[in-house]
Design a protein around this ligand. Structure first.
Ligand SMILES: [Zn+2]
Length: 425
């Protein structure tokens, strides 16, 4: 039924590969936010040639934004012949550092054995390229389409999205009536639809002590030992309790269907770096611990925080001289788009047609820019769908399969057809 549309995508397979490789060649490493401007300008120029109106929005004053590393986002919009819904494809253009262990140049955009290699190949320049090709194919076959298509390349997703989607959402770029449906082509595999993510609470806990000479610790009060008591209570009570909480959310991988907490860091006492040569023996008067708690749709944030503060309060009552402070660093509520939401149904239809089976619905263990689309933009008709194998993201020798990208672009093109023209063929 969508034969012409699918053929139009196939005709562009070489172009899809070339576009992916070109995008990889911009080393948009974050932090610090390298090469954002040329990458955004390249994407903008490409879309402008197709008839999109393009805008470049610098997120001034957001974390990391400097004249050397400006946070440049591009938003492109193509209006159809008549009024109708707007489908927005949002991709982040930033990538994480290459790291060690590569056998190919991470920024060369090497094409080999049916794959495109490079940092960001799967996360998520391959997905971005697939969405551009899907839009191109759709426009060619249905030049009179109603509504609008938007494609954005945004920055800083890997560091929280504050200079990217969050900034644009605050400016109204992700709100009705401008935008109705959002697809984020993150690498969740070509036949899966990601409906949302678990919640996050980051906090810093500080225990207090009293400084004294290290040879007479009884004269002071050791903040690191107090933190040891906190960790012991976490081991004895909190971790087993979290492990008993299981969600109905279809989180992948399976292990993330439970509540989890990571200890991100612990610091206290004198420096480990003796190179300056002047360590002095003291009883540490502070110790800080950062926790990363991931929670489930079934949990509310007040309870999540209460589990930790309850332990700290009890230690304060029971342990001599124990005192603490706790500071929130970040909180994001869990999100799950309904399976009967329009964007979910449209993309599911595409997956059905291309792979002849129903999609697998998943939830991401960690958050991504959907949180800003929902919480700031108030658009809940949003999913992540894109080519690439999630496990390869952030790894050495990252790659994206060419056939996977082509099939994903077909699914996206069918999704556009359903959402904009209300038809399956
Ligand atoms: Zn990503």
């Amino acid at each position: 039924m969508n034969e012409r549309l699918l053929r139009a995508v196939d005709d562009r397979a070489d172009d899809l590969v070339a576009l992916t490789a070109d995008l990889i060649r911009f080393p948009t490493v974050n932090p610090p936010g390298e090469a954002y401007r040329p990458c955004a300008e390249y994407l903008g120029a490409r879309l402008k040639k197709l008839g999109f109106e393009t805008e470049f929005i610098r997120a001034e004053g957001t974390p990391g934004d400097t004249d050397r590393y400006p946070r440049i986002n591009v938003v492109a919009r193509l209006k159809g012949r008549s009024s109708g819904a707007c489908v927005h494809f949002n991709s982040h253009i930033d990538v994480v550092e290459a790291g060690e262990g590569w056998t190919v140049d991470p920024f060369a955009g090497l094409v080999k054995d049916g794959r495109v290699y490079g940092r960001g190949a799967c996360d998520m320049k391959g997905g971005l390229a697939a969405s551009v090709i899907a839009a191109e194919a759709f426009m060619e076959v249905y030049p009179d389409f109603p509504g609008a298509i938007e494609i954005s390349g945004t920055v800083d997703e890997e560091s929280g999205g504050f200079g990217g989607v969050a900034h644009l959402a605050k400016l109204g770029y992700f709100s009705r009536p401008k935008v109705d449906h959002v697809i984020i082509p993150e690498p969740l595999n070509k036949d899966r639809i990601c409906l949302g993510h678990r919640g996050v609470w980051w906090a810093e806990i500080e225990t207090k002590g009293e400084i004294a000479h290290g040879s007479m610790p009884f004269l002071g009060d050791n903040a690191v030992r107090h933190m040891g008591a906190v960790l012991q209570a976490f081991e004895d009570e909190l971790f087993p309790a979290l492990d008993r909480k299981v969600t109905r959310m279809p989180v992948v991988p399976e292990g993330a269907r439970r509540s989890t907490m990571n200890i991100n860091s612990i610091h206290g006492g004198q420096t480990e770096d003796f190179r300056p040569g002047l360590p002095s023996p003291n009883v540490p008067d502070w110790c800080r611990l950062t926790i990363d708690r991931r929670f489930l749709l079934e949990e509310d944030i007040a309870t999540v925080k209460g589990e930790v503060t309850g332990i700290l309060e009890r230690l304060k009552r029971e342990r001599k001289k124990f005192d603490y402070e706790i500071r929130d660093l970040m909180e994001v509520l869990p999100l799950m788009t309904e399976r009967d939401a329009p964007v979910v149904k449209a993309v599911a239809r595409g997956i059905m047609e291309i792979f002849d089976r129903a999609p697998e619905y998943v939830i991401s263990p960690g958050t991504y820019d959907q949180k800003h689309v929902a919480r700031i933009g108030h658009i809940y008709d949003c999913i992540a769908y894109g080519p690439g194998i999630l496990d390869l993201a952030h790894r050495p020798d990252e790659w994206v399969g060419i056939a996977d990208m082509v099939e994903s672009a077909k699914v996206m093109a069918i999704g556009l057809n359903v959402l904009l023209r209300g038809t399956t063929g």
